[in-house]
Design a protein around this ligand. Structure first.
Ligand SMILES: *[C@@H]1O[C@H](CO)[C@@H](O)[C@H](O)[C@H]1NC(C)=O
Ligand SMILES: *[C@@H]1O[C@H](CO)[C@@H](O)[C@H](O)[C@H]1NC(C)=O
Ligand SMILES: *[C@@H]1O[C@H](CO)[C@@H](O)[C@H](O)[C@H]1NC(C)=O
Ligand SMILES: *[C@@H]1O[C@H](CO)[C@@H](O)[C@H](O)[C@H]1NC(C)=O
Ligand SMILES: *[C@@H]1O[C@H](CO)[C@@H](O)[C@H](O)[C@H]1NC(C)=O
Length: 456
């Protein structure tokens, strides 16, 4: 540049030229402002068999949105295109050293570039192109586009995504137009990282593929930019994962609310309602794919086990009701729950059982012996001492004995009822502990699976 100017200056000084130039001298000479159709619409080559080389460069500026449901990506990027227009060139020396001029878009031919994945284009229009003296045209455009991208959400929200943005021509096959990337992938990556606005997504890498694609019996030149991004998971951890885990913990803790009274059931239903709100939020993010995110599976399993524990609570309150109405526990329930299940869970039901049995036997023995004793004793007292027979003390003692026997009888029957009741309670307790252990095992298992998947 500087050298050219110096030469011009020197040559002017030598031949004493005082000519002045404006851009209009160049545009008048080239005729670019006349919008002649053959300049605007026809590929600018002098030999039709010669392809036009279009160099493109992309700088990624931001990922504005990622729609997991629709599987679309909204990006902001700078696109720079360069190609040679063989019909437009001038010698700077003839025009006071003008090396380039800005010309309005639409006054010369521009390559028909399209993006295969595009679904929506919100880009601003380009006003001007840069035209160099050797015929090179430079076009800078900021693209604000929505493209489709097949997302891999299995590890959501700890996922990374790769999206392709494919540039190609729709009318010019490779014999007419050849696309080439201007800079290397490393340079694009480092340049993009400098300007990239990191929001939910941070830019990891940009890869460039330069391929010829066969379509309709012809080869088409394509340049594919593959952008790799990583999601910042903090918001999802704070808003989704931690609340979900806390609700599960609260639900586990609610298994220790006493079975009697309906409080536990009400509490559990409230927790499930809270959990389903989280599921609704999660549902907003997830697409309908065959491979659901592991987080969705985790939430589903937690919901199922919560529902099972609610069923358990309902069942237990029914058992407590049965204990009042139908005191004896069916034999199969005793066998399966009190013997086998209790054995598996190492809950000691035998001890309490034996105690109650022993008490029953003791009481029976006492009841049977006391009437026998009173009946056998009374005749003997009759014979031995008549003086004492009618004495007030004897009468009183007899009355007292009768009262005592009645009290004892009443006590024994209530005790029996209570034992039956406590057997129902025992069944309920064993079942409840079983569900609690099942709950803990399943939740721990799925939590470990989820963590392993995320860490992989
Ligand atoms: C540029 O145009 C002006 C006005 O038409 C003319 O005077 C001048 O000589 C031109 N310069 C060149 C280098 O042709
Ligand atoms: C035309 O000139 C520009 C600027 O001086 C340069 O970047 C470009 O490589 C040149 N193109 C050709 C085909 O020489
Ligand atoms: C992106 O392009 C590369 C190179 O052609 C290809 O291997 C890959 O499958 C493409 N990815 C998608 C999601 O289409
Ligand atoms: C990449 O950038 C380096 C340093 O800026 C430069 O030397 C190199 O030529 C560039 N490579 C390409 C292919 O543009
Ligand atoms: C595509 O085809 C053109 C013309 O046959 C060839 O010059 C170019 O090297 C090819 N590009 C690739 C990436 O194969």
């Amino acid at each position: 540049m500087l050298r050219i100017l110096i030469i011009i200056y020197l040559s002017c000084a030598v031949i004493q030229c005082q000519e002045t130039c404006g851009y209009y001298n160049v545009t008048d000479m080239l005729g670019v402002l006349e919008e002649s159709p053959h300049l605007v619409h026809i590929r600018p080559v002098t030999d039709w068999e010669e392809p036009t080389y279009v160099t493109i460069d992309v700088t990624f500026r931001a990922v504005l949105d990622m729609d997991e449901k629709l599987q679309t990506l909204t990006t902001l990027m700078d696109l720079e295109m360069m190609w040679k227009n063989q019909l437009l060139s001038w010698n700077p020396l003839d025009f006071c050293g003008i090396p380039k001029i800005p010309i309005p878009e639409g006054s010369v031919w521009i390559p028909d570039m399209y993006i295969s994945e595009i679904t929506e284009d919100n880009s601003l229009d380009v006003m001007y192109l840069q035209l160099y003296h050797n015929g090179t045209v430079q076009r800078m455009k900021t693209l604000h586009i929505v493209t489709t991208c097949s997302l891999e959400l299995y590890k959501f929200p700890f996922d990374a995504q790769k999206c392709n943005i494919t540039f190609g021509s729709s009318v010019n096959p490779v014999t007419d137009m050849i696309l080439t990337p201007g800079s290397s992938a490393e340079n694009i990556t480092s340049l993009s990282k400098e300007v990239f606005v990191t929001g939910e997504w941070s830019l990891q890498n940009v890869d460039i593929f330069h391929v010829n694609v066969s379509r309709r019996g012809e080869e088409w030149s394509k340049v594919i930019y593959q952008i790799s991004m990583k999601r910042a998971p903090v918001m999802y951890v704070v808003n989704l994962i931690i609340p979900a885990c806390l609700l599960v913990v609260v639900d586990v803790a609610s298994m220790f609310i006493p079975m009697e009274g309906g409080e536990r059931l009400g509490f559990k239903v409230t927790v499930v309602l809270g959990f389903s709100v989280l599921l609704l939020i999660l549902n907003d993010f997830l697409p309908n794919t065959d491979n659901p995110p592991i987080l969705g599976v985790f939430c589903m399993v937690c919901l199922v086990i919560m529902i099972i524990s609610i069923m358990d609570s309902i069942f237990i309150s029914y058992m407590l009701y049965l204990s009042a109405v139908r005191p004896d526990v069916p034999y199969w329930l005793k066998l399966w729950v009190l013997k086998r299940l209790a054995y598996v869970l190492r809950i000691n039901t035998n001890e309490t059982n034996m105690d109650t049995n022993k008490l029953c036997i003791d009481n029976k023995g006492v009841i049977e012996t006391i009437p026998a004793l009173t009946e056998s004793e009374l005749p003997t007292t009759n014979n031995v001492s008549k003086d004492f027979k009618d004495s007030i003390e004897i009468k009183l003692l007899k009355k007292l004995l009768r009262e005592l026997l009645m009290v004892r009888h009443h006590l024994v029957t209530t005790k029996k009822e209570e034992d039956a009741k406590s057997e129902w309670h025992l069944v309920a307790f064993v079942l409840d502990r079983f569900i609690l252990i099942l709950y803990l095992v399943i939740v721990c298992f799925i939590a470990i699976v989820v963590v392993v998947v995320w860490a992989r």
